[in-house]
Structure formats: C-alpha cells, structure tokens
Design a protein around this ligand. Structure first.
Ligand SMILES: Cc1cc2nc3c(=O)[nH]c(=O)nc-3n(C[C@H](O)[C@H](O)[C@H](O)COP(=O)(O)O)c2cc1C
Ligand code: SF4
Ligand code: SF4
Ligand code: SF4
Ligand code: FES
Length: 619
C-alpha cells in the first residue's frame, strides 16, 4: 500500500516554511462573508498586490466567534497570533499596516491572542483558550475549522488528515473498524442519537454486493448551522469519515445530500472531492489498497422533510421527497433498494479522530450513555452567538451563560429551544440539566442536530409554539393524514389563541391532537411536530391561559392582545409620539399629557419607540 507519511512530512515542512512569513487569515465562512468578510478580503488582497507585499493572504472557515465577524488574524513569525474582530475594509488596512508590517498590535480591535512559546503580546488582550467563549469547549469534530484552509488537502493532510483512512485500509478489518466505532460510543449527531457503530454493523451484515453510503447535510432546522460550518471549514474530514464507513460496510459509492441554499459548502465539497480523487484518496484503488470509493454530491431543493432519511433517499433517486414506510430500514433496503448507511455530517466528521486517537479517547468525553462532544449553533438573544463544541454532559446554564455570555441587554432568560422544530423549550428551572440525549428527551426537548435558540422575557411562548408549528405544517409533505390535517388544525387553534379568540377548550384540544399526531404520523416530521406545543404547554401553560381567559399576552408580542396606553404621570407632552402615529390615534396639547384612542390605534408600536420618557406602556 502507498503510504502518506512522506507526503505528510513534506506538507508539514511547507507549513513550517509558511510560518516564517507573515500570514493574514480572513474568516470566510458564510457568516463571515455575510458580515463583510469578502470586503475585508478584497481590501487586503488589493493592498498586498498593489504594494507587492511579502505577505501571505489566506482564508479559513468558521472559528466559532461569529459574534465578532468579520474576523481577521495576523500571524507574524516573531509574535503570537492575534485575532481581530468587527473589522472592515478600512480597519483591515490599518491592521495590515501597523501589525502585519510593523509589529504593532491594534489593541482596540484585537479580540484574542494565542501565546507562542509562552510569550504574549499585550497583557490586556484575552488569551484565546482562556476566553469565556472557549474555556469550556473541546474541539474534536470542528478541530480544524477556522484553523486550516478548507480548500487545501495539503493542509488537511499536514494536520493528520487521511491518516485514519490509511490506518483502516492498511491494518484493520471491516469488523475491527465497526467494533472501534461501537466502542467509542458515538451516537448519530443528526437528531435521533442512534449508535453509529451498530448502524454500520446492520449495513455490513445486510447481504448484497452493492451498498451505499449517504451523508445527510440537509440541515433544515431554523437556527442551525453546525453542518454548514463543518462542510465549509473542514470538508475533507467528512469525506474521510464517509470513505471509512464505505470500507467498513462494503460500499463503493456514496452521496452527500446537501441543500442548494449552501452554495459555499457545495463549492468546497466539490473542490475537496476533486483534490482527494487526484491524490488517490477517493476513487479507484485508494492508496493501492484495492478499495474503491466514489463520492457524488446531490443538491437538495431545501425541503425540511428531505432531511428525513427515507425522503432523502427518494430525492436522490429523482423521486418526490416523501418518506417511505419503515421497515425496511435503509440498512436493509435504502438507495435503489440496496443496503445503505446514512449518517449526519458531524457524525462522519468525528470518525477520523476516533480511528486515529482511539475509541477510548473519544469515550473519555461525555456521560455514561452519551459519549464525546457535540457542536451547537448558539443563536437568539445571547451576547455571543456562534459555533461551540462542548463535551456532552455540560449543563445548559454553562452553555448559555458561560460560553454564550448570557442574555443581551441584561434581560431575563426565559427559555431555550433545543432540537429545532422537532424539539422543545426548556425553562429556567432546568438550566442545570446536563446536555445529553436522554436528559433532554426526559424534559420534552431533544438534543436534535444542535440548534440552540435562546429566548428572553420579551418572547411569548404561545407565539414560539405557533412559529415552529407554522414551519412544520408548511413543510409537511402531505403523505399521511394525521400530519397533513392535524398540524393544520393545531395551527388554526394557535392562530386563534394569539388573535385573542381562544376558546376555553383549546388547550385540551391541542393536547389531544398532539398525542394523536405523535402516535400516528408516518415519519419523524409529524411525530415530532407537536413537541414545541407540548413543551410550551408543559412549562408555560399560564401564558396559554392568559391569552385565552384574560385576553393578555404578558410578553407583549401578540398584537391583537396588546393595548397601548400613555402614563399621564410620565408624559411630558413633547408630541414626538403624535408625529409618528400613522393613524392619528394620539391627541394632546403641547406640554400636557397625551392620550391614545384605543379604537383608532393599529398597534404598530411606532410611538413607543419614539417616546424618550418611557411614558407609553404596552400590555
Ligand atoms: C423531518 C426530519 C428532518 C431531518 N433532518 C435532518 C437533517 O437535516 N440532518 C440530519 O443529519 N438528520 C436529519 N434527520 C434525521 C435523519 O432522518 C437521520 O436520522 C439522520 O440523518 C441519521 O444520521 P445520524 O445517525 O448520524 O444522526 C431528520 C429527520 C426528520 C424526521
Ligand atoms: S408525517 Fe408529515 S411529513 Fe411525514 S410522511 Fe406524514 S405527512 Fe409527510
Ligand atoms: S401603536 Fe401605532 S397606531 Fe397605536 S398609538 Fe402608537 S403609533 Fe399610533
Ligand atoms: S412621546 Fe412620550 S412624553 Fe412625548 S407626548 Fe408622547 S407619550 Fe408623552
Ligand atoms: S463564520 Fe466566522 S466565526 Fe463563525
């Protein structure tokens, strides 16, 4: 067999050579680009070219600090690496001039420093690994994200990439690979948490000379961007994980099903596949081992139900994306009725590390029944939004308050939605629950794929339930009646409650319908669609009751239930509100308390934003 060792050494040497030069890295994941990373890149590229500077300009995927994007880093050979945040074209040029060329750190834009041989730059700049955002994190699945150039197979190999594939092909039998994955305790990161090694064993044992490997990169949950970040930041890790799976189950072909709304992920995957084929790491006779494995990308049209594995299989086959009845499971009869193994992006990204460092290393993290680490996308009302990988078993409080920095604008935490539209919300009293598959399910939420949406006191939980149900109802494929009709009826009830027309029997009806849909729907979409309603009913029933019986939305969200009033004691009669009211509902003389005519008011909220004296009350 051909060994990669020499090539790896050569690529590592190239990195050592590169480190002798000044390197500037720009964060160019989708969130980085959306925040203006491409403009930063453009400004730097022009400057480097026009002035013919001896500086290497490279890009990386997401390093997780999305809350300070656009990000750029300066690596000078004589100084520790410094990460800058919230940069723009102009400040990037200042950093280039002062730091990259003249060794003077621009301290007001520096977010972190990474000490080099124990040396730091300025004491006031936080140390990267000691920052509250990073301190409790571990990096396994996203270890390379933001570190390597995702378009360079050489860098991936230099960082130990494809060593696991080489190990498997040169020294492990199919069953040894499966046993190692089983021993690691890895459970599927796509939502259900099914043991990965066991799944591989089913596909391995299924008779047939043609088998397939699928990677589910559909990622349709609102608020989730973990898989996209992995694909954009370290695509080779997923390819390597899939190739190892192919070897283990006896497949020679695989598909990556990725939504078309992820064009950058698709581009980086295409490039990675082409590079791996050229390097003999995909395709025919990989590394001279006799193992063949070909990968293709299938772009999905963005239907949430196509993330369900049997609908996804139909979609790859060119059929309408509707779930199939199970059994048979894909391991027995999947793509083109052949034994098929489907795993999530993050599941595959964990495989090279498990094979390289050993199952015990991976199983050393996490809890008894949920091993390893999990990547979460932190969104909503937190101070630090971003991508975080944490050891399973960490508490929800640690993620929200230590890593994500707590709630914006000193507002009060209300709930966190974990598991997207299939999951549920968790209130304050359960913040100390460990994040693992079983504890979250016991609370009526679920680990899901890793979307974590944090809500504060200004969120109405009935409205949240309505938002998620509206999503699942629209995404229902319509194949089975309980989901197609049941979610529609539930949505009608929720709309009615939010419109102030709720009936006393609505809560019972919602619960009854939820239970029927959960137990009779054909696929996971319908079976889990009522979860957000059941969880909000479990923890915030009083809000439903307030809406129905008292016609009140205490969070002040449901427009139909709001009333705008002016507090005469606070009103200074400045007239600012009167000027912006689009329907002339406000009256009052200058310097005298004003009044709102509730009959005319259309509850647009413009007046409340204008009043500098907090005299307008919404409730
Ligand atoms: C409506 C619906 C959407 C889903 N979306 C995804 C998805 O986007 N990504 C994913 O990996 N799994 C998704 N799943 C779960 C898959 O059906 C499947 O369980 C998963 O891909 C298995 O991979 P794992 O064992 O690595 O978790 C979805 C399930 C349902 C019911
Ligand atoms: S549960 Fe909903 S999404 Fe799933 S098959 Fe039935 S109608 Fe389609
Ligand atoms: S909420 Fe809108 S319509 Fe009502 S009083 Fe204020 S500005 Fe006028
Ligand atoms: S803006 Fe505020 S203080 Fe001014 S008139 Fe309106 S309610 Fe009164
Ligand atoms: S996209 Fe750059 S840090 Fe997340």
């Amino acid at each position: 067999m051909i060994s990669l060792a020499e090539k790896r050494k050569e690529y590592q040497n190239r990195l050592v050579e590169k480190a002798k030069k000044t390197v500037i890295v720009v964060g160019m994941g989708t969130c980085g680009i959306a925040a203006g990373g491409d403009k930063v890149w453009q400004a730097l590229e022009n400057a480097v070219k026009n002035k013919n500077l001896d500086i290497e300009l490279v890009y990386s995927g997401c390093i997780g600090l999305c809350y300070v994007e656009p990000i750029m880093e300066v690596h000078r050979p004589d100084m520790p690496r410094v990460i800058y945040g919230n940069v723009n074209g102009e400040t990037a040029l200042k950093i280039l001039e002062e730091h990259a060329l003249n060794g003077k750190v621009v301290s007001d834009l520096a977010v972190a420093q990474d000490p080099k041989e124990g040396k730091t730059v300025l004491p006031e700049i936080p140390i990267l690994n000691e920052m509250p955002f990073y301190k409790k994190q571990v990096k396994t699945a996203i270890a390379n994200c933001g570190i390597i150039n995702p378009d360079s197979i050489e860098e991936y190999i230099a960082y130990g990439g494809y060593e696991a594939l080489e190990k498997v092909l040169s020294s492990m039998s199919q069953t040894q690979v499966i046993e190692e994955v089983k021993k690691s305790g890895l459970r599927g990161r796509g939502g259900g948490g099914f043991p990965t090694g066991l799944k591989w064993e089913f596909a391995y044992k299924s008779p047939g000379d043609k088998k397939y490997v699928i990677c589910n990169a559909d990622e349709g949950d609102p608020g989730a961007f973990m898989d996209r970040s992995v694909l954009e930041g370290d695509p080779h890790a997923v390819l390597e994980g899939m190739a190892i799976c192919g070897y283990a189950i006896g497949a020679d072909e695989g598909y990556i099903y990725v939504r078309a709304e992820y064009p950058l992920a698709i581009k980086r995957l295409e490039n990675a596949i082409a590079q791996a084929e050229k390097a003999g790491l995909l395709g025919e006779n990989i590394l001279g081992s006799g193992f063949n494995f070909k990968l293709r990308i299938k772009a999905g049209a963005g239907a949430f139900v196509c993330g369900e594995e049997t609908a996804l299989i139909n979609s790859i086959e060119g059929k309408r994306g509707m779930p199939r009845v199970r059994p048979p499971f894909p391991a027995q009869s999947g793509l083109w009725n052949k034994p098929t193994n489907n795993n999530n992006v993050e599941t595959y990204a964990n495989i090279p590390g498990i094979i390289r460092k050993g199952a015990d290393w991976f199983a050393g993290m996490g809890t008894e029944k949920s091993k390893g680490s999990k990547v979460f996308a932190l969104t909503g009302k937190v101070n630090r939004t971003g991508l975080a990988e944490v050891p399973i078993g960490i508490t929800i409080r640690e993620i929200i308050f230590d890593i994500a920095g707590g709630i914006q604008n000193n507002k009060k935490f209300k709930a966190v939605q974990i598991g997207g539209p299939s999951g549920g919300c968790i209130p304050e009293e359960y913040l100390d629950t460990p994040v693992d598959y079983d504890s979250l399910t016991a609370l009526g939420a679920m680990m899901g794929s890793g979307g974590l949406v944090v809500m504060d006191e200004t969120t109405c939980m009935v409205d949240v339930a309505r938002f998620f149900l509206n999503f699942t109802q629209k995404e229902s494929c319509g194949k089975c009646t309980p989901c197609r009709e049941g979610t529609k009826r539930m949505l009608e009830i929720l709309n009615r409650i939010c419109d102030g027309k709720g009936k006393p029997e609505d809560i019972d009806t919602l619960e009854r319908l939820s239970n029927v849909i959960k137990s009779t729907a054909l696929c996971g979409l319908g079976q889990s669609a009522p979860n957000p309603v059941l969880a909000t009913l479990r923890y915030f029933r009083n809000e439903y009751e307030d809406h129905i019986h008292n016609k009140k939305c205490t969070a002040g969200v449901c427009t139909a239930l709001l009333e705008y009033k002016i507090d005469p004691d606070k009103c200074k009669g400045c007239g600012a509100c009167k000027k912006v009211c689009p329907v002339g509902a406000i009256s009052g003389e200058k310097k005298e308390a004003h009044e709102i005519d509730a009959g005319k008011c259309i509850k647009c909220g413009s007046c409340i934003e204008k009043c500098k004296f907090d005299a307008i009350i919404k409730g």
